[in-house]
Design a protein around this ligand. Structure first.
Ligand code: HEC
Ligand code: HEC
Ligand code: HEC
Ligand code: HEC
Ligand code: HEC
Ligand code: HEC
Ligand code: HEC
Length: 323
């Protein structure tokens, strides 16, 4: 297999060169008028004037509860690169956030996700309602329990699997690795099971946390991604679901990579060849085909060579024969 892989690596550029590439699609980043963007940044800077580490040092007014402010700081750089980086703070927090002191009802005024993402929320909410968290922790558990909308970024924008994994697993582990956070949501008296102990059957447990997401095993198989976190009895334990050519990760964690590669090279699975993210997933029909074709060519070449030599020998023998 190893010889096959290095041969495959050598022949891959050739195969790629011969493969007709798919038409390039335009990147779907929504352009925003620079003047409008500057306006949004300026508006948000007014909030960061207090709600950031720098702001806390010299806030524009003194008549507020700054002890409380210490626990309400946000990072402008993280915010600006998040999915909501071009949304004004006050569109979610309401006009109450622009008056000082803010007033006691500010917290309750925040817009729910559905106010702006009606269609998406409609689809996701049904899955979420069926999840273990929504069932066992009704009312307490919301979209916001996992998604910090000040920092969250969609996978398509993050790009590399390691970074997507880091963000999405942190969502779960912020709670599942913290007794304090877990106890805020768990039924009274329930002890937090230690994540590494529960998954001790998974070899290299810690290294799996760096390369694969919790949701890969804890949501229904066969869908690109679902918000339905299943009961533990239905979690994935089968290694082959990921460690195989038909890896479920192709339609999940790697779906953006697969799409990008397909666009670039015009055939599926190439991402597994160039990056070999998943052991055992690197088999590819193109490689099998090209290895087979090369072997056949070699055989034909050897046969021709042999025939030529036999022919030449016979010819020479005839030459040498006295007339
Ligand atoms: C002059 C400083 C200052 C500015 C400017 C400021 N805030 Fe605040 N904010 C505070 C302080 C102090 C608190 C904590 C005390 C309180 O709740 O009033 C706070 C609390 C909050 C809270 C939490 C309320 C709660 O009850 O948990 C939110 C949300 C908030 N601010 C949003 C904003 C937004 C959005 C902006 C910009 C439109 C903004 N703030 C601008 C000082 C400021
Ligand atoms: C997409 C909607 C949305 C946007 C945009 C948004 N927030 Fe929030 N924010 C929320 C929600 C929802 C909560 C309540 C979270 C909770 O209940 O734990 C919150 C909580 C807060 C809090 C109090 C709790 C905390 O963790 O600090 C502050 C302060 C705050 N936001 C400031 C800001 C600032 C400053 C901006 C702009 C730079 C901003 N928010 C942009 C939705 C938003
Ligand atoms: C005030 C309106 C508003 C609210 C409330 C809001 N969003 Fe958004 N959200 C937006 C806008 C606008 C964008 C697109 C920003 C852009 O294209 O620059 C966006 C983008 C996103 C994206 C990435 C792009 C996409 O289209 O999928 C995600 C994910 C997202 N929001 C999740 C949430 C979640 C989860 C909540 C609730 C916790 C929430 N949003 C609440 C306005 C909102
Ligand atoms: C248990 C944690 C959890 C909860 C609760 C949760 N989400 Fe998510 N959400 C995730 C994870 C993990 C992803 C990343 C999925 C992916 O990229 O495949 C995600 C992705 C998303 C996306 C982006 C999908 C895309 O196009 O890349 C949106 C939008 C979203 N969630 C909205 C919501 C809304 C709305 C709710 C509440 C009804 C919610 N989420 C509740 C964990 C959660
Ligand atoms: C805000 C805290 C919090 C977050 C975030 C969170 N969980 Fe949980 N989760 C809990 C609590 C608390 C329980 C225990 C509920 C109970 O026993 O009633 C639980 C239970 C579970 C269970 C066990 C269900 C069973 O059958 O006993 C699984 C599996 C699970 N969570 C997976 C996840 C995954 C995957 C994520 C991230 C996508 C996640 N959780 C995010 C708090 C959280
Ligand atoms: C390779 C698949 C896989 C991955 C990845 C995975 N889990 Fe699990 N998880 C399982 C299986 C299978 C079980 C059931 C184990 C059992 O019952 O022996 C389980 C059980 C659990 C439970 C139930 C604990 C209990 O006994 O109450 C929680 C909570 C949980 N996982 C959270 C997580 C979190 C958080 C992550 C991400 C850091 C994660 N899982 C990643 C497969 C996985
Ligand atoms: C949800 C998908 C998934 C499941 C299920 C899964 N793995 Fe993995 N595993 C991965 C990924 C992704 C990697 C990282 C591969 C890489 O970096 O090339 C990995 C890496 C490994 C490694 C190499 C670890 C290292 O540090 O180099 C071993 C060994 C492994 N898995 C064994 C298993 C076994 C045995 C099972 C079943 C008990 C299993 N895996 C289940 C996704 C999975």
């Amino acid at each position: 297999m190893h010889a096959g892989r290095s041969f495959a690596t050598a022949i891959l550029p050739l195969v790629l060169a011969l493969t007709p590439s798919a038409p390039a699609h335009a990147q779907s980043t929504v352009a925003l008028d620079p003047a409008k963007l500057a306006e949004i940044r300026e508006s948000n800077a007014k909030c960061f004037a207090c709600h950031s580490a720098d702001g806390l040092k010299s806030p524009p007014r003194q008549d507020m509860d700054f002890d409380k402010l210490k626990s309400l700081l946000h990072d402008p750089a993280l915010y600006e690169t998040s999915s909501h980086g071009r949304v004004e703070c006050r569109t979610c927090h309401g006009v109450g956030s622009t008056t000082f002191p803010h007033g006691a009802t500010l917290k309750a005024q925040v817009s729910p996700c559905s106010e702006c993402h009606a269609a998406k929320v409609y689809r996701i909410e049904t899955q979420f309602e069926a999840s273990v968290h929504a069932k066992t922790q009704k009312d307490k558990f919301t979209c916001w329990s996992c998604h910090d909308g000040h920092v969250y970024n969609i996978a398509a924008k993050i790009g590399t699997p390691a970074k997507i994994v880091a963000q999405d697993n942190a969502m779960c582990l912020d709670c599942h690795n913290s007794d304090l956070q877990f106890s805020k949501f768990a039924p009274v008296g329930k002890r937090r099971p230690t994540i590494d102990t529960i998954h001790a059957w998974l070899p290299n447990t810690k290294s799996h946390w760096g390369s694969v997401r919790c949701v890969e095993c804890h949501t229904p198989a066969g869908r690109s991604f679902s918000h339905e976190i299943l009961d533990k009895s239905k979690a994935e334990k089968n290694c082959v679901s990921c460690h195989s050519r038909e890896s479920s990760l192709r339609t999940r964690l790697y779906r953006h990579l697969v799409a990008a590669e397909e666009e670039k090279f015009g055939f599926v699975n190439s991402i597994f060849l160039s990056q070999s993210y998943v052991i055992g997933a690197s088999r590819n029909p193109w490689i099998d085909w090209s290895v087979g074709a090369a072997a056949a060519l070699l055989a034909v070449g050897m046969l021709t060579h042999a025939l030529l030599r036999i022919g030449a020998a016979l010819w020479r023998r005839r030459e040498r024969r006295p007339p």
